[in-house]
Design a protein around this ligand. Sequence first.
Ligand SMILES: Nc1nc2c(c(=O)[nH]1)N[C@H]1C(S)=C(S)[C@@H](COP(=O)(O)OP(=O)(O)OC[C@H]3O[C@@H](n4cnc5c(=O)[nH]c(N)nc54)[C@H](O)[C@@H]3O)O[C@H]1N2
Ligand SMILES: Nc1nc2c(c(=O)[nH]1)N[C@H]1C(S)=C(S)[C@@H](COP(=O)(O)OP(=O)(O)OC[C@H]3O[C@@H](n4cnc5c(=O)[nH]c(N)nc54)[C@H](O)[C@@H]3O)O[C@H]1N2
Ligand code: SF4
Ligand SMILES: [Mo]
Length: 710
Amino acid sequence: MRVEKSFCRLCLGMCGLDVTIDDEGRVAGVRGDHENPASQGYACVKGLEVHTALYGESRIMKPLKRVGDSHVEIPLEQALDEIAAKMKMIIAEDGPQSLGFFRGTGTFGSNVAIFSWPNLAEVVGGQKFSTMTIDQSAKWVVKDRLGTWPAGKHPFMESDVFLLAGTNPLVSVYCWDMPVQNPMKKLKEARANGLKLIVIDPRRTEMAEFADIHLQLYPGEDAAVAAGLIHVILANGWEDAKFCADHVDGLERLRAEVAPFTPEYVASRAGIAADDLVAAARMFAHEGKRGSVGTGTGVDMARFPNLAEQLYETIGVICGRFAREGEALPNPGVLIPRQPPHAEPVSPARDFEKMPKSRVRGAVRLMGESATPTLAEEILTPGKGRVRGLLISGANPASAIPDSRKVVEAFRALDLLVVIEPFSTETTRLADYVLPPKILFEHADLTFGLEANSMQMPYTQYTDALVDPPAGSEMADEGYIAWALAKRLGLTLNYFGTDLDMETPPTDDYLLSLLAANANIPFDQIKREAIGGRIFDELPEVRVLPPSGNGGKFEVMADDVCAEMRAFATSQPVSETLDQASEFPLQMISRRIREVSNTSCRDLPTARKRAAYNPLCAHPDEFAALGIGDGDECWVTSDNGRIPAIAEGDATLKRGVVSMTHGYGGLVGEDIDYKERGSSISLLVSLDRDCEPLQAMPRMSGVPVRVEAR
Ligand SMILES: Nc1nc2c(c(=O)[nH]1)N[C@H]1C(S)=C(S)[C@@H](COP(=O)(O)OP(=O)(O)OC[C@H]3O[C@@H](n4cnc5c(=O)[nH]c(N)nc54)[C@H](O)[C@@H]3O)O[C@H]1N2
Ligand SMILES: Nc1nc2c(c(=O)[nH]1)N[C@H]1C(S)=C(S)[C@@H](COP(=O)(O)OP(=O)(O)OC[C@H]3O[C@@H](n4cnc5c(=O)[nH]c(N)nc54)[C@H](O)[C@@H]3O)O[C@H]1N2
Ligand code: SF4
Ligand SMILES: [Mo]
């Protein structure tokens, strides 16, 4: 037995782990690494059982090829030959845009994989898809319409107030604006330093338990709440007037547009108390001096996501809550070095207006990606550019994309479906080829994705490959697969400006060295010193420079935002839809739980024991009003589908709101036992109705439903 340091890669937390390896060279157990300077011993229940996934029954051991209705094993190189031949044929017949490259959250399980698919798509000229456009695509829209402050927001740990809306990092271990490794510890530290917290969420979440003010709104009313907060801030002169004069365009227009959003009006729309709204505005903008606003999936999956996200970000803008001239950035960057930014905004680039739009529904492309909500239609709509071949890495879109009935129909219509996936999933069952990758402790890795997301200190971790893949398996990494396909297509793959040698397969270590090519610390030193994780606090601080004089302006009320504001103001308030006499009187939101991650980890021991199915949660009074008791079987129906569920009372939910965890259920059309596998809430969401017109983002939170006893 020996113990080695590594990190978990089941979610973006990338927690440091002590990995026990037995004499046969297999992982026998893992523990949170108390010496890891970032995660400080924290690991969630999934991480602690992660080794069981390595050797579990659902692990795919060899490349598979579909023959008729079943899969047979096929040697890797033969699979790659056949896949490349099919890709060539599709390109020759219909052009490279007929190939889609889909990247999911599983690519964060290997930091080389994060880049392999986009890089391959780039040289092939295919369409890029990812889960970001069924997640927080509104953030990309807002960057493009509001502008950015390159020096960044006030860091969470140095703030005296923070507003978090639609995010629950204590469970999700994910947030764009809060350090998430060991989030409870970080939150308690920040609170001990005097941080005040405002949480905006329809559920009294684990995070809301720590809030000084919890605005328990109806889902889909964030635009009202954010507009109301801005209204109160501007009405009292609590904005940073100097900052606005220097750096903001459109303030008077903003003032005019938020004028109708009085505390009383917002209170009646959103189901909160007017006094609480005013108190939150005061706490944030008047009493608090440092600190900003962070949002999560709750805001960006509900209706009017672009508007709501924009207004929340605008609160930070008008209060000038950004790192200013002379301040040191919290993280000078280890793998991704930061250049000293100037204390000024970059004007909105509106790149989404410059990219060609999708041929279906005219959805915009964001950051060069096609909109995932249009993928099924891209496949099913005849015409030039129809997606005929789809190559998926680290995703389970047959379950995760809303309206899975339509998605599965589309996947069945493909000429080529390739999935790089370690486990048997709903999507692998539809695939023509499945290529299993090495995972977790089987390959070397670097915490690149963590640094790119929320790491607010100069931290990085390197891990060696600690164990071999299971005996008798044939696995290939995403990096190798992308290289091998590019080679067969006669193309040269490029990582961060470096062309790969297309004669010699790249080693894992070489690809990682490219990830670290621009790092502030030489890769060799990282490999020596960051096993176990290391904060490189010897790196020189990066301080914010004075304005260059060529800076831009934030645009807080552009024409299209203004049009959305008016559409929202005239939309039916959620509070008016909750009448029991209406067809769909309740609002379904999703609920992340510690035991599973999206569609993943459902087969880990604790998930099987504690969370085999996903209950339907609602306030006990809600169930009482419906005549439904705890444990009763019921139906949940939306305008798009009906799923079975079992009721579980939960007083943390607002009346009128019900919640279930997403990622459960089986493949559409398969007969599964709900108590064993749960139900898919994807079936309740429509890809056609209630979408944000710009990027076709469906309404995935605040879905109108009806609940009846079964
Ligand atoms: N109704 C509803 N639907 C939702 C959501 C919701 O809140 N409500 N959330 C949405 C969000 S935010 C997202 S991001 C999507 C998630 O959508 P997906 O990314 O499609 O879902 P995951 O289950 O995270 O899929 C990750 C896959 O990667 C595999 N994997 C794990 N490790 C590796 C690895 O090292 N390499 C490779 N190649 N694969 C690996 C896992 O086994 C798993 O099958 O779901 C969305 N769907
Ligand atoms: N254990 C676990 N961890 C995960 C995942 C997982 O499935 N399980 N998924 C990973 C992924 S892919 C992502 S993107 C991140 C997401 O990370 P988060 O965005 O933090 O996701 P959630 O924990 O679902 O928090 C969303 C919150 O929004 C609230 N909400 C719902 N509707 C609304 C609304 O209309 N308005 C407001 N203001 N709030 C609303 C919900 O009640 C919930 O508390 O988590 C990641 N981490
Ligand atoms: S929070 Fe859990 S799943 Fe995520 S990295 Fe840490 S141990 Fe792994
Ligand atoms: Mo996500």
